[in-house]
Each structure stands twice: as structure tokens, then as C-alpha cells.
Design a protein around this ligand. Structure first.
Ligand code: SF4
Ligand code: SF4
Length: 90
């Protein structure tokens, strides 16, 4: 099951505490999606496909930044990246 939790830190911690008390195993998805910086060519294909805008073209360098804190692990970028730079590790 994938859950998105929002709120201030106190409420967030309370929610996590409740889930742990109920013996729900918690895994932070955003940390499981990684980009291999050696493989990424900043081609930009992943930018338009990401549903939560976790990729951003930096104006000055034209490089694609990856904001893993926004990622919901949908794996769309893994499928489209022609250089296999995106990886999901569950
Ligand atoms: S599609 Fe792959 S190579 Fe292209 S910018 Fe995204 S992660 Fe980098
Ligand atoms: S896995 Fe999905 S949400 Fe995460 S960066 Fe890739 S396209 Fe965006």
C-alpha cells in the first residue's frame, strides 16, 4: 500500500507513531528511487513524464535536477529513461 502523508512535523510523527504501533512496516519511497549521475545525460525525457514534477531543468546550466523528496515512486521515469539512469530499489 502506498500512502501520502502531509502535515506539520508533529502531526506527521504522530501518524508514523500510530502506524508503527499497529505494526505497519514503513518504507520511505522517495529514498528508493535514485539516479545514476554517471549515466544521466540530462536529455530531459523524464521531465514531462513525472506526475509530481520531481525533475526540473535548471535555467542556467540546462541540466535536469532530480528532487527525490517529491518522488512517489511511480516508476514512469525508469521506463522512459533511454540511458537506464533511474533505478527503483524496494
Ligand atoms: S531521461 Fe534519464 S538521462 Fe534523460 S534527464 Fe532523465 S534521468 Fe537523465
Ligand atoms: S518514479 Fe515517478 S514520481 Fe518518482 S521521479 Fe520517477 S516519474 Fe517522478
Amino acid at each position: 500500500m502506498v500512502l501520502e502523508l502531509k502535515g506539520d512535523k508533529k502531526e506527521y510523527d504522530k501518524a508514523l507513531g500510530y502506524l508503527k504501533k499497529e505494526k505497519v512496516r514503513i518504507q520511505n519511497l522517495s529514498k528508493d528511487v535514485t539516479r545514476d549521475e554517471e549515466k544521466c545525460t540530462h536529455c530531459g525525457l523524464c521531465v514531462a513524464i513525472c506526475p509530481v514534477s520531481a525533475f526540473e531543468v535548471e535555467a542556467a546550466s540546462r541540466e535536469v535536477a532530480f528532487h527525490d523528496d517529491k518522488c512517489i515512486a511511480c516508476e514512469m521515469c525508469v521506463k522512459v529513461c533511454p540511458y537506464k539512469a533511474m533505478e527503483v530499489k524496494f
